[in-house]
Design a protein around this ligand. Structure first.
Ligand code: GRG
Length: 260
């Protein structure tokens, strides 16, 4: 668990959660750290399981041998299972007796984003659709669920922990939705033009395996323009928060400009 969790991830989901929480006054809400860590645990589990031979079969992740290459398939499956379970325990313990309603809400958001309606469901669609062209709408659904759901939920949870009102939550959820999709569009681009050492994972696998990607749909330039417009709309959408959303705007830029 520690081998994969403590490797060099970018911590995008936890930073987004904390940056969203920081829009709201410290005194009005709750500590974002247990939930921020829980998002990293769920994300790391998804990477370990996705790298298994039965899924994407990747030997290299976060700049080192993938979990099953280091410890074997059985241990990699179990490490993923345990990370997923521990994530929910972390949130439950983090808010026990302090703010149970908010803790329960965060657990619900995390479960919805990680499970069949979100990340796992997106991975199922991705697996079923690999090798056949499904078009833009279906590709977008895979991307939104497989990758976007957890990113959107991180932003939503930061807002919930800050005590956001329904209108504020809706604006921030739109931000999360746009950067979540932009993140996966950039992931598609980096799989074509990225550098293995900088990325810390293998490249060129999407085309080789027949994945439905934005590069396949829109080409490299079209995908770059789409990611930039999503990030631009995301940044302008949070203008209502003024400079309190500077960190979120910086994250939107980072997500489209990243090379790792
Ligand atoms: C439920 C097994 C399972 C998988 C769900 C998220 C996912 C689907 C699979 C992970 C594999 C993958 C390459 C997904 C595309 C986008 C993505 C999540 C990339 C990695 O995220 P980064 O770049 O990673 O934030 P770091 O290492 O920086 O945390």
């Amino acid at each position: 668990m520690a081998y994969s969790l403590l490797a060099s991830g970018k911590r995008i989901r936890s930073v987004l959660l904390v940056a969203t929480r920081e829009i709201f006054p410290v005194s009005a809400g709750h500590d974002p750290i247990p939930a921020a860590c829980a998002f990293e645990l769920v994300h790391t589990y998804s990477l370990i399981h996705d790298d298994l031979p039965a899924m994407d079969n990747d030997d290299y992740r976060r700049g080192r041998p993938s979990n099953h290459k280091q410890f074997g398939e059985a241990m990699a499956i179990l490490a993923g299972d345990a990370l997923l379970t521990e994530a929910f325990g972390l949130v439950a313990r983090g808010f026990r007796g302090v703010a149970e309603p908010v803790g329960a809400r965060v657990v619900g958001e995390l479960a919805a984003a990680a499970g069949a309606a979100g990340m796992v469901g997106g991975q199922v669609l991705d697996t079923i659709d690999t090798g056949r062209d499904v078009g833009r709408e279906a590709t977008e659904e895979i991307h939104r669920r497989k990758t976007g759901a957890l990113i959107t939920a991180a932003v939503r949870c930061g807002a919930i922990l800050g005590g956001a009102g329904e209108d504020e939550l809706s604006v921030l959820a739109d931000f999360g939705d746009r950067i979540g999709l932009a993140f996966q569009v950039v992931d598609d681009i980096l799989d074509v033009v990225g550098n293995r050492e900088v990325l810390g994972k293998s490249i060129g696998k999407d085309e080789a395996s027949g994945k439905n990607t934005y590069v396949k749909l829109l080409g490299l330039e079209g995908s770059r323009a789409y990611a930039a417009s999503l990030a631009g709309d995301a940044a302008s959408g949070v203008a209502t928060f003024g400079d309190r959303a500077d960190a979120l705007r910086a994250m939107a830029s980072f997500i489209v400009e990243r090379s790792s």
